[in-house]
Design a protein around this ligand. Structure first.
Ligand code: A3D
Length: 319
């Protein structure tokens, strides 16, 4: 039987998620949105492309949680995106309220689902989602690291004029300006990037610029779009996580996961490499960090902790 993926939020990312899932034939899709017409319209529009694309999945739009019942996967994008000049953290108050409503909705109807959160500010919202819903911590995870890593890999591939598939790299920590690019673990065609710096194939200064551009990758797109934020690459990243769960691929992916002592951190969500398989987050992979990476990672964790303190001030129930 086909699996069921519910998308809570049928906006820019939600619609793109539905399109990608349908084209891949990954699962039947329920698009849920408080704006019922948007959910219904997008579901119908994508369904009408099935004779052309040749996919065979059901798509429906709704504003009723009953229709999302017993979902295998839920991907949440409900909330407000950034406008030019806004930071992700500026979205906290409004998106916290929305996530509470969503958490209560999915808890009642799909308590066994694997839940992927994309709503910003990511690390704090996914942590609040887990607390509000009470769903198991290995079944509630945030999407950010795959996107940030993909941005860095793309920028490197453009700069070095080499296929992105030949580059391995990833980004850890919180999904914000403090994210940590793992340059010691970055390889181009199997060769450490540091060797390419030594041999002059890329200047250290240029490499640092690419890392900085990655950190500001979301804002760059917000500025271009003027209305709304990135949605194609975020949707691709969300689908990769859902697919690893549904097909039990056990891929190692950088995601915002619950840390219980790993990386020396307790009781917080942050971006680390995890294995995603049929049991959700099956393992947090602990890689060795250099002392500089460790310092940067701790700074990033501190930023997430501070923002979670701000969230607790907004809603006492988060304590
Ligand atoms: P947008 O196109 O505005 O879609 C959001 C949708 O959520 C709208 O259709 C709303 O009607 C809907 N919505 C609002 N409240 C509710 C509710 N209570 N229940 C159900 N639906 C609701 O935004 P988008 O799709 O571009 O972005 C969605 C979120 O993803 C934003 O918070 C962005 O900041 C965030 N985002 C995160 C990343 C990460 O890498 C983590 C990247 C890009 C965007």
């Amino acid at each position: 039987m086909k699996k069921k993926i519910t998308l809570i939020g049928a906006g820019q990312i939600g619609g793109t998620l539905a399109h990608l899932i349908a084209i891949k034939g990954l699962a039947n899709v329920v698009l849920f949105d408080v704006a019922e017409g948007i959910a219904k319209g997008k579901a119908l529009d994508i369904a009408q492309s099935s004779p052309i694309e040749g996919f065979n999945v059901n798509l429906r739009g709704t504003n009723n949680y009953e229709d999302t019942k017993n979902s295998d996967v839920i991907i949440i994008t409900a909330g407000v995106p950034r406008k030019p000049g806004m930071s992700r953290d500026d979205l906290l108050g409004i998106n916290l309220k929305i996530i509470k409503e969503v958490a209560l909705g999915i808890k009642k109807t799909s308590p066994d689902a694997f839940v992927i959160c994309i709503t910003n500010p990511l690390d704090v919202i996914v942590m609040a989602l887990q607390k509000y819903s009470g769903l198991p911590k290995n079944k509630v995870v945030g999407m950010a690291g795959i996107l940030d890593s993909s941005r860095l890999i793309y920028f490197l591939s453009e700069k070095l004029n080499i296929e992105a598939s030949k580059i391995k790299s990833f980004v850890l920590g919180g999904h914000g300006d403090t994210m940590v690019a793992m340059l010691n673990h970055t390889k181009v065609d199997g060769e450490p990037i540091k060797n390419l710096v030594k041999s002059g194939k890329i200047l250290e200064e240029d490499l640092n610029k690419l890392v900085d551009r990655t950190k500001k990758g979301g804002a760059e797109i917000v500025k271009y779009l003027e209305k709304g934020s990135a949605f194609y690459a975020p949707a691709s990243a969300g689908v990769e996580m859902a697919e690893s769960f549904i097909k039990d691929l056990k891929k190692e992916l950088p995601c915002a996961a619950y840390l219980n002592g790993e990386y020396g951190v307790k009781d917080i969500y942050a971006g680390v490499p995890v294995i995603i398989g049929k049991n959700g987050v099956e393992k947090v992979v602990e890689i060795k960090l250099s002392s500089d990476e460790k310092d940067q990672f701790n700074k990033s964790i501190k930023a997430v902790q501070d923002l979670f303190e701000a969230a607790k001030k907004i809603d006492n129930n988060l304590k």
